[in-house]
Ligand binder design. Structure first.
Ligand SMILES: [Zn+2]
Length: 453
């Protein structure tokens, strides 16, 4: 059995692992490279293996750095099945067409402005190509054994993290090989803890937070405090939120705060059709969540959805108090931009960012205390208070990763550390060696290893 690291090696995005056995080739995860340009350019390079020669794909979860390359794979000739959990299928149906649409819009914008080196600038793939890729998805429930290749068994195991997120456990001639995908927190309010693994011969282990520990803040208490403070001074709370995952966490916390009477009954608007779809998808799979059906109904009904852009603009004319949840989470685009123009200049209002803000984004500038940000070519004064929540992460932190590993009865024969910035991967490797006494390695991009020798 050969394993080749086609992505998430020395970086946190682009997850793609090629598994080769005598009977054929299987790709585990099919993610886009995101972030730094040097990595993003790799999305445009052909894979070292022809997509026509890949028999099947298994996807751990719907985040684009694990699923977002699928439309390209299908366009380049892949014609096999793509196995994933039912929850992942539902979220891919929301995320992949949106990714294609955004890429078409960016290419069109670059062509209008003429600021691309490429004439004409092309999208990586289109919305239509994303729909074609969705036709290949074949949902398989957690725990059900399947055979993506003759003689190679495969089971999806819950990983927490996100609706539908799975670990992929393969059983073949070289023993068992497990890919963690992204592991969730043991104490996530919506998702169950990642399942414990008893034993695996080989492990491909994520390390996103391999060098970090989550802050010990209680996000629900903090949201309550911020909402009360803003409302008492007659302000509006604007929550730039990631539509899939984070927005639902915020809705859940708000529903609980309202139910306990800890925040006043003010209107809440969910100004993101994608977040609304993701909320519906979440509740269709309530059996795989930590919360009950009643709690799912409560979080689905806490906010009024805003369907059209006109309704979105009307929100800017409404009087405080209110809470508006709108994409995107780092204020890089989407409907929240109009709310920045309308609400950021007033010191009574609050912008509540719900997670990590990548360098160079408006969100990062606002969190760092910038006095102005540029929106649609216009400089907007930031006088509203700006708060960043740390406690809503969907990832296990370093101590939780270690705890999950140490629950394994027998150490794997080999552990490969992937899906982390190099510093995070190295920190996790050292902790594994020091605390567990296992050896682990950090594979390089395109490195190929032989298993079972
Ligand atoms: Zn993820």
């Amino acid at each position: 059995v050969q394993l080749t690291f086609l992505g998430a090696a020395g970086t946190v995005t682009g997850s793609k692992y090629l598994v080769e056995v005598d009977e054929g080739r299987l790709l585990v995860d099919c993610g886009l490279f995101q972030g730094e340009k040097s990595w993003r350019l790799r999305n445009w390079e052909p894979l070292p293996v022809s997509p026509r020669e890949i028999a099947a794909v298994v996807i751990t979860h719907a985040h684009l750095d694990h699923s977002g390359y699928l439309p390209l794979l299908v366009r380049s000739g892949f014609s096999g099945p793509v196995y994933c959990s039912p929850g992942t299928r539902d979220l891919c149906a929301i995320l992949l067409p949106d990714a294609g649409r955004l890429q078409e819009e960016e290419a069109a914008y670059a062509n209008r402005k003429g600021h691309s080196k490429h004439h004409p600038a092309l999208p990586l793939y289109t919305e239509q190509e994303a729909y074609l890729a969705l036709q290949r998805l074949s949902p398989v429930p957690f725990g059900k054994k399947m055979e993506p290749l003759p003689g190679l068994a495969c089971t999806l195991v819950p990983a927490g993290h996100l609706l539908g997120a799975a670990m992929v456990v393969l059983g073949g001639p070289a023993g068992t090989l497990t890919f963690t995908g992204d592991l969730g927190r043991a104490n996530d309010p919506l998702m169950p803890a990642p399942s414990a693994l008893e034993k695996t011969d080989y492990l491909v282990m994520e390390s996103t937070y391999g060098n970090r520990e989550h802050a010990k803040e209680d996000p629900e208490a903090r949201i309550g405090e911020i909402v009360r403070r803003t409302i008492s001074r007659g302000g509006v709370v604007v929550v730039p939120a990631f539509s899939v995952g984070r927005a639902q966490q915020v809705l859940h916390h708000l529903a609980r705060l309202f139910a306990r009477g800890e925040i006043p009954q003010v209107p809440v608007f969910l100004n993101s059709p994608m977040a609304e779809q993701a909320t519906a998808a979440l509740c269709r799979h309530v059996g795989s969540l930590r919360i009950s059906e009643a709690e799912c109904r409560a979080l689905s009904s806490v906010a009024r959805p805003i369907a059209d852009p006109e309704g979105s603009k009307r929100l800017n004319g409404l009087k405080a108090p209110m809470i508006i949840i709108a994409g995107s989470g780092m204020a890089t685009g989407g409907r929240v931009l109009h709310h920045i123009k309308a609400f950021a200049p007033d010191p009574r209002n609050t912008f509540l960012f719900t997670g990590f803000q990548a360098a160079g984004t408006r969100g990062a500038a606002m969190v760092a205390g910038s006095q102005t940000v540029k929106v649609h070519g216009e400089y907007i004064d930031i006088r509203a208070s700006v708060v960043q929540l740390d406690g809503l992460s969907a990832h296990a932190d370093a101590p939780q990763l270690l705890a999950w590993l140490s629950a394994m009865g027998t150490p794997p024969r080999r552990t490969f550390i992937t899906h982390g910035e190099l510093s995070a991967a190295q920190a996790l490797k050292e902790r594994i060696q020091r605390q567990l006494g296992w050896t682990a390695s950090i594979p390089g991009y395109l490195e190929r290893v032989e298993l079972g020798r």
